[in-house]
Write a protein that binds this ligand. Structure first.
Ligand code: GLN
Length: 243
């Protein structure tokens, strides 16, 4: 049987890549390769055009407000393609500024940046930045336990009727008020967790990889276990700091 293969698109890495976000892409690639699954990362910088038709995982990282504004304009050219990709169960991981970009709009201090409207979420910037380590309890279907990360955002996101990725145990989450963190819609996962988030939360990484493989190969996938001793230690270290 031919080896399975996954293509991961890192969109606008020259604009959207904060606090080690690229580590998520490397983590996904390595966790596939360690299991004998072929994996390729394709980076699409600002000046390049792209297509999502042969992509299995889309990654959007975080960015400053200035970078986000440029990214929003560029991505808006692909709104229809994004919608088709998401509605056909395409996997999309969006971190922080990326999460804000997939929503309806991001209202910064002086202007409103239109998002891709892939989800019914919106974001407004607030006075104080929400910064620090964060622990959330998973709300992902079938996944129990906690996810850890680092957040640093001025924006407050409201996710309407969408399910959150998790509930805040320590930290701020989407807006510092409703205890929701991130959002899940179809195979979109949006979150404020930098860190990067996936190496510290291998269960979340494998959830995303499983969704991508199941969509591509149309068969249930159970990924073989990996030795996650180091990953689990860094996850638990952060949890213990809050105790
Ligand atoms: N510019 C956004 C905010 O501050 C996103 C920041 C980020 O991606 N870390 O809310």
């Amino acid at each position: 049987m031919e080896a399975m293969q996954i293509t991961i698109a890192h969109l606008l890495p020259d604009l959207l890549n904060l606090y080690g976000d690229r580590g998520n892409v490397l983590c996904m690639k390595n966790r596939l390769i360690w299991r004998g699954i072929e994996a390729e990362i394709v980076e699409h910088p600002m000046v390049e055009s792209f297509s999502l038709s042969d992509v299995d995982i889309v990654f959007l990282g975080g960015g400053s407000d200035a970078e986000q504004k440029i990214a929003a304009l560029r991505l808006s050219e692909y709104e229809k393609e994004f919608r088709e990709y998401v509605e056909s169960d395409g996997v999309l991981l969006a971190i922080c500024g990326g999460l804000q970009l997939i929503g309806e709009y991001y209202q910064s201090d002086d202007e409103s940046i239109k998002g891709l409207s892939l989800v019914d979420a919106y974001t407004k910037s607030g006075d104080k930045r929400l910064v620090g380590n964060i622990v959330i309890e998973s709300e992902l279907p079938g996944i129990t336990g906690s996810f850890v990360g680092f957040e640093n955002h001025g924006g407050r996101t409201y996710i309407g009727s969408h399910a959150p990725l998790g509930r805040v145990i320590n930290g701020y989450g989407n807006n510092g008020d409703d205890k929701f963190e991130g959002l899940v819609y179809k195979n979109i996962i949006g979150t404020y967790l930098h860190g990067p988030v996936l190496p510290k939360n291998p269960i979340l990484a494998d959830y995303i990889l499983t969704k991508a493989l199941e969509r591509k190969y149309r068969t249930p996938i159970i990924l073989p276990q990996l030795d996650d001793t180091a990953e689990t230690r860094s996850h638990d270290y952060l949890i213990n700091r809050f105790r």
